[in-house]
Design a protein around this ligand. Structure first.
Ligand SMILES: [Zn+2]
Length: 305
């Protein structure tokens, strides 16, 4: 497989957007502070959102829906709620405001754990989004692949639909592989090493969304060898004012990635990270470029409280 990696700055990015290629897959790792929110635009113009971060206020700069608005997204063909942790589902609250409901009609909602008390006071909001959708339900490895034209999602975990949520909510994360021709992504939510050990099938992927914001609880060496990614993205940022200071990413995950010579991108350093692909080659666009040799890139996050 031929892979080309190009690093571009914002000015070039603007030009690229103007000449945008409709036949490309676009994956946006949105800088939502502490949390995950990943927007996928398929070549046949389907829009998919995996998680929505923790920031739900309408005018909050880390609210992913502001980003979606600025990119002229007007509907969501699918939404994935990977697991019941607030830095993944709270941002969906925007879809429960009058404005959000109108701006982003949601066609399909997928989740690992059916909304219940695990989602705290956001349970009813998530139930509402589900009620408004055309298709919804729990996903698991038992189900068929989810196809959006040539872009195919294969759920690897959980093995079966979850009937009894785990105490450790990370263990209920959806892990799935997304394939577009010769390029693939593996999305891990906050899956712990315990989950990584259980994963079956072909895990090899071009790009790894590092589990649990680069925490020491994830990214075992064995798992990393199986995925064998060329690129990895860590979604983390402790400077978001939410007081969530876990010090992500942690040293063991960074060391594992460095040892395996994976090219790393971090939203706390690079801002939103955009990966575009025609199914063979890859272009990576960042807000702030950080050299792979930079010591900053391979330094753990700081615990500030
Ligand atoms: Zn998380």
């Amino acid at each position: 497989m031929k892979k080309i990696s190009v690093f571009l700055t914002l000015s070039l990015l603007l030009i690229l957007f103007q000449v945008g290629h409709a036949s490309e897959l676009e994956v946006y790792f949105i800088n939502v502070g502490q949390g995950d929110s990943i927007l996928i635009k398929t070549p046949n113009n389907k829009t998919i959102l995996i998680d929505a971060g923790i920031h739900s206020a309408a005018e909050d700069g880390y609210n992913p829906f502001l980003y979606l608005k600025s990119h002229n997204i007007k509907k969501l063909d699918a939404v994935f709620i990977t697991h019941p942790h607030d830095d993944h589902y709270k941002g969906f609250n925007y879809l429960c405001t009058k404005k959000g409901e109108k701006e982003f009609p949601v066609k399909t909602v997928y989740y690992s754990v059916t909304p219940g008390p695990e989602y705290g006071k956001f349970q009813s909001c998530l139930e509402d989004i589900i009620k408004r959708s055309d298709v919804n339900g729990q996903v698991s490895a038992r189900g068929p692949p989810l196809e959006f034209g040539d872009v195919v999602f294969t759920v690897i975990y959980p093995e079966e639909p979850i009937s009894q949520p785990s105490k450790n909510k990370n263990l209920d994360s959806i892990v799935m592989k997304m394939t577009y021709k010769n390029v693939s992504f593996i999305f891990t939510g906050d899956a712990d090493k315990e989950v990584e050990d259980l994963l079956q099938g072909d895990l090899q992927s071009t790009i790894l969304k590092v589990g649990h914001h680069g925490s020491r609880t994830s990214t075992s060496k064995t798992f990393l060898k199986k995925v064998d990614p060329e690129y990895a993205v860590i979604s983390c940022n402790n400077k978001d004012g939410k007081g969530k200071t876990y010090g992500h990413p942690h040293d063991p995950a960074l060391k594992a990635l460095k040892t395996q010579k994976v090219k790393l991108y971090r939203t706390d350093l690079s801002g939103t990270i955009i990966i575009k692909s025609d199914g063979n080659s890859i272009v990576i666009i960042v807000e702030n470029e950080v050299s792979q040799n930079s010591s900053e890139l391979w330094s753990p996050g700081e615990k500030t409280q």
